[in-house]
Design a protein around this ligand. Structure first.
Ligand code: CAA
Length: 400
C-alpha cells in the first residue's frame, strides 16, 4: 500500500506528540526544581543529622512542604492539589532526597500511594472528604499493605475485612508502615474472601482514632531514621462501606496499580540520594589533598566520579522516562519497575563510593555521606524489593 504524503505528515506529528521524549525541562519545571532545591538547602539541611540521630519526624518541614504544594503535586487543583505533571514530581523528589530522604519519603507516600490512589479510584465523597486535606498537607496519609508474614507475597496477607452489610470488620496487623503514627488517614489492604484469592481483597480508608485501631511500636531503623515507621494493629475495627475504594474485590489491583506509580517516586528518591552523595564526593575531592595535590587529580578518584556520574545520568533517563510514560497515559508498570530497580542500585553503589572517596571523614556523621549510604538501602527494599521489580520486568517483557 502506498503511503500518501498526508499520512506520512500525520504519522510524524503523532510520533512527535506522543512518542518523542524531550529531556529539556520546561521553564515551569526549572522553577519548581529551583524552589525544591532552595527548600532543601534552607529548610531540610539544618538539623538533618540531629533528626536522623534522634529518629525525629520532620514535623515543621512537612508542614512547610504542604504549604508549598509538595504533598499533593499531581492532584487536580479542584481538590486542593498543585495539578503538576509526574516529571515535576520526580524532579522535586530528587531535589529533596539529595538532602533528606526521611522527609522525601513522606512526600512520596502521600503523593503516589495515598493521593493518587484516592484520586484515581475513589468516590467523589472520598475525594471531598479526604483528598482535599491530604493534597494540601493539612493531614498526611499512610498505605498499609505489608504484614509480619506478607511483604513481597502480597496476596498471602492475613488481615481480614469481613463484610457485615453496611460496614466491614477489620482484624490483623500491618508492618513497616511509613507515616505510621503521624498519618490521619490509612489505606488498608485486607482480605474479605480468602476463597477468591486476589479477587477477594479490598482497600479500605481507615481514620486514626477508630475504635480498636492501635498504633504499634516504632521501628528503630538503619536509614531514613527521621521517617516514622510503625506496625499497626486492627482489633474489630468497624469501617463503613462507603470507605471502600473501588468495587468489591478491587483491593489487590488497586494496590498493584498504586504501587506502580509509587515506584516512580522511590526511583526519584534513589536518584536524589545518589546525586546528593556524588555532589558531596566531587566537592570533597576538589578540596582534600593527598600526595601534594587535590585527590580529584588522582585517577583512582577521578574514575570513581566518572562512573558515578555516568550511572546517575542513566538512572535519571530511566526515571524521567517512567514519569513521562505516566504523564502521557502510557503503561508505566515496566518503566517504573526498571527505574526503581536501576536507580536504587545506583543509589547504593554511588553512596558506598562517596563514603570511600571521603575516607575516614566518610565514616563520620558531619560529612553526610554515611547517612546517605544508610538511606540508600531502603530504596532497594520498600515499595517492592529489587527482586520483585525483576519479577514485574521479566513478566512484562516475556508476555510481549
Ligand atoms: N496493575 C493492574 N493489575 C495488576 C498489576 C498491575 N500493575 N500487577 C498485577 N496485577 C493483577 C494481575 O493481572 C492479576 O489479575 P488477573 O488474575 O485478573 O489477571 C492479579 O493482579 C494478580 O497478579 P499476579 O498473579 O501477578 O500476582 P502475584 O501474586 O504473582 O504477585 C507481584 C505479583 C508483582 C509479585 C506482587 O505481589 C507485588 O508487587 N509484590 C510486592 C508488594 C510490594 O511492593 N510491597 C511493598 C509494600 S508497600 C510500601 O512499601 C509502602 C511504604 O510504606 C513505603
Amino acid at each position: 500500500m502506498r503511503i500518501s504524503h498526508y499520512n506520512l505528515i500525520l504519522a510524524i506529528i503523532f510520533y512527535h506528540n506522543f512518542n518523542y521524549m524531550d529531556y529539556t525541562l520546561t521553564e515551569e519545571q526549572k522553577m519548581i526544581q529551583q524552589a525544591a532545591r532552595d527548600f532543601a538547602q534552607n529548610e531540610l539541611l539544618p538539623g538533618v543529622i540531629e533528626r536522623d540521630d534522634a529518629q525525629q519526624f520532620p514535623t515543621e518541614q512537612v508542614k512547610k512542604m504542604g504549604e508549598l504544594g509538595f504533598l499533593g503535586m499531581m492532584v487536580n487543583p479542584k481538590y486542593g492539589g498543585s495539578g503538576l505533571d509526574t516529571v515535576s514530581y520526580a524532579i522535586v523528589m530528587e531535589e529533596l532526597s539529595k538532602v533528606d530522604a526521611s522527609s522525601s519519603v513522606v512526600v512520596s507516600v502521600n503523593n503516589s500511594l495515598v493521593c493518587y490512589g484516592i484520586e484515581a479510584y475513589g468516590t467523589e465523597e472520598q475525594k471531598e472528604k479526604y483528598l482535599t486535606k491530604l493534597a494540601t498537607g493539612e493531614i498526611i496519609g499512610a498505605f498499609c499493605l505489608s504484614e509480619p508474614e506478607a511483604g513481597s507475597d502480597a496476596t498471602s496477607q492475613k488481615t481480614t475485612a469481613i463484610d457485615k452489610g453496611d460496614y466491614y470488620v477489620l482484624n490483623g496487623t500491618k508492618n513497616w508502615i511509613t507515616n505510621g503514627s503521624t498519618a490521619s488517614v490509612y489505606i488498608v489492604i485486607a482480605q474479605t474472601d480468602k476463597e477468591k484469592g486476589h479477587k477477594g481483597i479490598n482497600a479500605l480508608i481507615v481514620e486514626k482514632g477508630a475504635e480498636g485501631f492501635e498504633i504499634g511500636p516504632k521501628e528503630n531503623k538503619l536509614g531514613i531514621r527521621g521517617s516514622d515507621t510503625h506496625s499497626l494493629i486492627f482489633n474489630d475495627v468497624k469501617v463503613p462501606k462507603e470507605n471502600r475504594i473501588g468495587e468489591d474485590g478491587f483491593g489487590f489491583k488497586f494496590a498493584m496499580k498504586t504501587l506502580s506509580g509509587g515506584r516512580i517516586g522511590i526511583a526519584s528518591q534513589a536518584l536524589g540520594i545518589a546525586t546528593g552523595a556524588y555532589e558531596l564526593a566531587k566537592e570533597y575531592s576538589n578540596q582534600r589533598k593527598s600526595f601534594g595535590t587535590e585527590i580529584s587529580n588522582h585517577q583512582a578518584i577521578a574514575f570513581k566520579l566518572a562512573d558515578m556520574h555516568t550511572q546517575i545520568e542513566a538512572a535519571r533517563h530511566l526515571v524521567y522516562k517512567a514519569a513521562w510514560d505516566k504523564d502521557k497515559g502510557h503503561n508505566f508498570d515496566l518503566s517504573g519497575a526498571m527505574a526503581k530497580l536501576y536507580a536504587s542500585k545506583v543509589a547504593m553503589d554511588t553512596t558506598i563510593e562517596a563514603v570511600q572517596i571521603h575516607g575516614g571523614n566518610g565514616f563520620v556523621k558531619e560529612y553526610h555521606v554515611e547517612r546517605l549510604m544508610r538511606d540508600a538501602k531502603i530504596t532497594q527494599i520498600y515499595e517492592g524489593t529489587s527482586e520483585i521489580q525483576k519479577i514485574v520486568i521479566s513478566r512484562g517483557i516475556l508476555k510481549n
